[in-house]
Design a protein around this ligand. Structure first.
Ligand code: SAM
Length: 253
């Protein structure tokens, strides 16, 4: 069964999109009627995101697609400031856990502060060498958003992608989920081009992850944006926030 708080958020997003209502107005209404404390936290986070112009990520749709639930143990690769870390932390709640894995070279000292924030004691951050991680327990979910393509960027660490995905497989409980959301690239985009556009082709991700033993169990289209021709770098101001993104859910079988 879907967590109630995620259901509320997802409905908010759907209304906002279908009726083209003012997003901030809608969130004010939603905050006043949100039933659970987790829902209130998630609505507040969305409101903050709306104010910084980042409401286009559809966290409710994304969390619902993945099936994040209270009590889950989650690893997040590259929190980068914690946009999703905080939201996942709110949804998994005090009985759950979020292990943030951050590249020590990218860290700006912000991620580690998250655990001290009210309600986020279930977050712990490890600063490690790019592509490495060491989790103290097996996880229900291994989550990475807008970063899988970086594993192909040679200057970050010349990673063995097959070994990395096998490491993820071993880190999950049986039946555990590996969730990958990333910016779509055009067919034939090679590693050198990935490093330039910061995108990766969905079919390449599927090939690599299933080769590690995972089964593809879901594809999410909420962030599919046909207007994006995939040629601009994902952070180019002309397309940032409006890139065509795919969501893939793999299961350890
Ligand atoms: C937009 S961030 C996404 C971060 C986070 N996973 C999220 O969903 O919000 C991804 C891009 O930022 C860059 N980047 C810079 N600093 C980073 C950090 N500390 N962690 C992750 N990505 C970082 C990477 O090269 C990557 O292509």
């Amino acid at each position: 069964m879907m967590d109630h708080s995620i259901k509320e958020i997802r409905e908010t997003e759907q209304i906002a999109r279908s009726q083209r209502l003012g997003f901030r107005h809608l969130l004010r209404v939603e905050e006043s009627k949100a039933g659970s404390s987790a829902a209130i936290m998630v609505v507040r986070r969305m409101k903050a995101a709306a104010e910084t112009g980042d409401a286009l990520r559809l966290p409710g749709e994304t969390l619902a697609f993945v099936g994040v639930k209270p009590g889950m143990v989650v690893a997040e690769l590259f929190p980068a400031g914690g946009y999703y870390t905080r939201t996942i932390s709110d949804v998994v709640g005090p009985k759950g856990k979020v292990y943030g894995i951050e590249n020590a070279k990218w860290d700006k000292g912000e991620d580690a502060k998250m655990a001290a924030e009210p309600g986020h004691a279930n977050v712990s951050i490890q600063l490690v060498k790019f592509g490495e991680f060491n989790l103290p327990q097996k996880v229900d979910l291994f989550w990475t958003t807008q970063n899988y393509h970086d594993l192909h960027v040679a200057e970050y660490g010349n990673l063995d992608i097959a070994a990395f995905n096998k490491h993820v497989y071993d880190a999950l409980k049986p039946g555990g989920i590996y969730f990958i959301l990333d910016h779509q690239a055009n067919p034939g985009t090679n590693d050198a081009q990935i490093a330039k556009v910061h995108r990766i082709e969905k079919s390449q991700v599927i090939r690599e992850v299933t080769a590690a033993g995972f089964k593809l169990v879901g594809e999410g289209n909420a962030l599919h944006r046909p207007a994006d021709d995939h040629t601009k770098m994902s952070s180019d101001p002309a397309i940032k926030g409006h890139t065509d993104q795919f969501m893939l859910k793999f299961q350890k079988v």
